[in-house]
Design a protein around this ligand. Structure first.
Ligand SMILES: Nc1ncnc2c1ncn2[C@@H]1O[C@H](COP(=O)(O)OP(=O)(O)OP(=O)(O)O)[C@@H](O)[C@H]1O
Ligand SMILES: [Mg+2]
Length: 261
């Protein structure tokens, strides 16, 4: 019996964007994006290359802050608080909202130290406590069985799929609420991809997931909600079944039936 069933029945908004506009220099990359991310759901962002998917997902944890010439207008409420308010602690935001990238990027250190990295930064020093967090995170990311006897070895020696699950464990170790994933499986083979997809479905019991994907079958398989973007605009947003089976916009239909993209 799914312990989260009761909670899942009442939708709860975790992130809400309000009229987001974003420019890189003079390039208007996002136009009037207003959308909501639901708790304990998987939300997929799809659309052709250059439409603004990565830009939008980076808006959710202020990762665009570090890009020169990037300017943003609008608001992003995370649990009701605008994360672009001047008094916001960005480090705290990124602890609560983790990011997984396209290419697995483990640090050049041991498997153990990769997962312990975040908790150490956030002042977990007791050895037993750290060990507990590392084990729990590796179990949650479905990697424990494969690495329990090589925790002290370099993370760079893991396969691509294992490295990506390690990065997920590293993100989980600081107890985030939301996990953002930008094409997390596009560098992986089909078997490693299937493992990550199963993992994402598992993770939504405890976390909220937003995933950018080029792969429409993947979006259809694992997401509850889908947003279709085109030229910096959110053209359509809704339940995944509705967007794929009964899209309201002709553009969406053309894209999902493969007429462009
Ligand atoms: N750092 C940057 N500096 C300038 N322009 C950028 C930068 N990052 C993205 N852009 C531009 O913003 C627009 C949206 O790019 P973005 O990377 O968000 O698209 P995407 O949908 O993720 O594409 P892809 O599917 O190819 O990853 C594009 O026109 C892109 O060239
Ligand atoms: Mg991208």
């Amino acid at each position: 019996m799914d312990m989260n069933m009761g909670a899942n029945m009442n939708n709860q908004t975790v992130i809400r964007t309000q009229d987001i506009n974003l420019w890189y220099g003079t390039t208007h990359a996002l136009t009037d994006i207003t959308m909501e991310i639901q708790k304990n759901k998987v939300t997929a962002l799809i659309g052709p290359s250059g439409c603004g998917k990565s830009t939008l997902i980076r808006v959710f944890d202020r990762m665009n802050d570090i890009i020169n010439g990037c300017r943003i207008e609008g608001k992003v409420f995370f649990n009701g608080k605008n994360i672009y308010d001047p008094d916001i602690d960005v480090i705290e935001i990124r602890k609560k909202i983790g990011m997984i990238f396209q290419k697995p990027n483990p640090f050049p250190m041991s498997v153990y130290d990769n997962v312990a990295y975040g908790p150490r930064i956030h002042n977990v020093t007791k050895r037993a406590h750290l060990e507990e967090i590392v084990k729990k995170s590796l179990k949650l990311s479905a990697l424990w069985n494969e690495v329990e006897d090589r925790l002290g070895q370099s993370a760079l020696g893991l396969s691509g799929g294992q490295q990506q699950r390690l990065c997920i464990a590293r993100a989980l170790a600081v107890e985030p609420e939301v996990i953002l994933m930008d094409e997390p499986t596009s560098a992986l083979d089909p078997i490693a991809t299937a493992k990550i997809e199963d993992l994402i479905t598992d993770l939504k019991k405890q976390y909220t997931v937003v995933i950018v994907t080029h792969n429409m079958q993947q979006a259809a398989r694992i997401s509850d909600y889908t947003g279709f973007m085109y030229l910096g605009k959110l053209i359509e947003f809704g339940k995944t079944v509705q967007v794929f089976e009964r899209p309201e916009q002709e553009l969406t239909e053309n894209y999902i039936t493969g007429r462009f993209g």
